[in-house]
Design a protein around this ligand. Structure first.
Ligand code: GAP
Length: 504
């Protein structure tokens, strides 16, 4: 987090006013990192889906984009089930006015299990209060263990809330809706209440018919949508991992019910490969198939791509969910809007005497790979974060070149003797070729060691240094961020070298 702030990746929102819980802003490097991640998703999901990989039965993958509003008609969220069901069970503390997710609250009890008539101390998962509460519990009981609050019978007259001093202040759990509401227009009336979307997905279902009618897409095809979503998370925590405002990149892929199982497997496997290809390779990434009892009532299968974040280790945290949503959403919107949303497939049904098909009308099934871009950016930063005291910067970021916000840096060794002019010309050349993918830095101040260190912390994969020899033999030094190794390269070869390394 310190490096993220120091180098301008992530800042606390409203920093100068003390911050606002659950909201984060991106600095210059973070904004570009996230844009590169979003662009990589757009490129590999919309423009050139799945790198040309074919779907079940050798079918080409076709996806189109959509951009939908954060605020939609309130009935959308009734139909989607969010008004009635997007709830978390919460407990309130009457002493501190704190509110906690019921399933996150833990209590310390004696190792033997029975606290007798002594008060027990509650804490919320990995919250800072844990250390304080733990000390108090150890003083009271000696050897202690943690158990879920839900394992204690109510009323909790002896439970001391996570931030409380007195026992018995926690209420029983109540459901709390996670959607933010607002009132558009001039009349501040409950009847005009609307919601900030808690997911981008619903915008896609609303326009399924418009997309079919306005383009030449045929089932199977997908519709992608990226943008901000909002959830009034009760305990936002773990840096940007659980925020109240965040960005999603979701694809709703529509197919015939008979093919939906195969498409689900296809998308699940591709999404795992995709996260690996942008730098999350290795044992920090897993694909976890949900157990039957975790599935929504309409879902045939759901799996999560999970990353081992430092704050979840040795466990994993969700980066993306790949869900088989069946025909639940289209059916719900058809029922609530009374607009027919089924699909007439001219490639199916009986074969007619003229060799054509009679056609089949059905409600398509939907496979949804739903990724979080903030969690993605955080995982890339965590994966790249490397500590090595022997280097010019003891901590540095091994970001994959495709997502790295700074693609290259050009340094004149000294700010004199014709070196800045050569560096300037090389910078212009690199700008023209790679400037659309990220920053090209140039910097003539400070020692070269400090300049390398700064680029290492920013995750810049290559630095090119113009020195005295460059003027004589038209070569520069190229320094590789990950190995720190340097080699000479002709100035005319720099652009080709960088293009190859960046995969562009
Ligand atoms: N349309 C399905 C859907 O929204 P989800 O699993 O609730 O599914 C998808 O969300 C992704 O959005 C998650 O895998 C995660 O990366 C991201 N996400 C969800 N809630 C988040 C939060 N509070 N903060 C940051 N990212 C979040």
């Amino acid at each position: 987090m310190a490096l993220c702030k120091r180098r301008g990746f992530v800042f606390q929102a409203s920093d100068i006013y003390g911050g606002i819980n659950g909201f984060w802003d991106y600095g210059p490097l973070g904004a570009q990192l996230k844009k590169n991640l979003r662009d990589a998703w757009w490129q590999d999901m919309i423009l050139n889906p799945c790198w040309g990989r074919r779907g079940p039965g050798g079918q080409r993958v076709v996806n189109v984009p959509l951009e939908t509003c954060i605020i939609q008609h309130p009935k959308v969220w009734e139909a989607s089930g969010h008004v009635g069901g997007f709830n978390d069970p919460m407990v309130d503390c009457k002493e501190t006015k704190g509110r906690y997710r019921y399933d996150h609250v833990m209590v310390f009890v004696p190792e033997s299990g029975d606290p007798g008539d002594k008060p027990v101390f509650a804490y919320v998962g990995d919250q800072p209060t844990e250390a304080k509460q733990k000390k108090k519990a150890e003083k009271t009981f000696g050897a202690i263990k943690s158990v879920a609050l839900s394992s204690l019978p109510q009323p909790w007259t002896r439970v001391i809330g996570p931030d409380a001093e007195k026992p018995g202040t926690l209420t029983e759990p109540r459901m709390f809706n996670l959607m933010f509401d607002t009132i558009p227009g001039a009349i501040r009336d409950e009847a005009n209440k609307a919601y900030l979307r808690p997911e981008t997905a619903q915008g896609v279902f609303l326009h399924f018919k418009n997309v079919v009618d306005s383009t030449r897409v045929k089932i199977p095809f997908g519709i992608g949508n990226t943008g901000r979503s909002f959830r009034n998370e009760v305990t936002p925590r773990n840096f940007t991992f659980r925020s109240r405002e965040f960005e999603q990149a979701e694809l709703e892929f529509f197919c015939h019910p008979d093919e939906s199982r195969d498409w689900y497997v296809f998308w699940r496997d591709f999404r795992m490969d995709w996260w690996k290809a942008i730098g999350l390779a290795g044992e920090n990434l897993i694909l976890r198939e949900h157990d039957k009892d975790e599935l929504s009532h309409y879902s045939v299968g759901t799996s999560d791509v999970e990353y081992r974040f430092p704050f979840t280790a040795p466990g994993f945290g969700e980066l993306e969910g790949i869900a088989h949503r069946g025909n639940y959403d289209l059916t719900q919107h058809q029922t609530h809007s009374k607009v027919k949303l089924d699909y007439f497939d001219t490639t199916r049904g009986e074969t007619l005497p003229n060799g054509g098909k009679k056609g089949e009308r059905y409600m398509p099934h939907c496979i949804e790979p739903a990724a979080g871009l903030d969690r993605g950016a955080l995982a890339l930063i965590c994966e790249g974060y490397t500590v090595d005291p022997s280097r010019p910067s003891p901590e540095f970021l091994k970001l994959h070149p495709r997502v790295a916000p700074i693609k290259a840096a050009v340094f004149p060794l000294m700010d004199k003797d014709g070196m800045p002019e050569v560096a300037d010309r090389l910078t212009d050349e690199l700008f023209a070729k790679f400037g659309r993918y990220g920053f090209i830095e140039s910097d003539a101040k400070q020692s070269i060691g400090k300049r390398y260190a700064r680029m290492d912390e920013a995750g810049c994969p290559y630095c090119f240094t113009v020195d005295g020899d460059s003027l004589k033999d038209q070569t520069v030094t190229v320094r590789d961020r990950d190995t720190g190794q340097q080699q000479r390269l002709g100035i005319g070869q720099v652009s080709g070298f960088l293009g190859e390394k960046l995969g562009l």
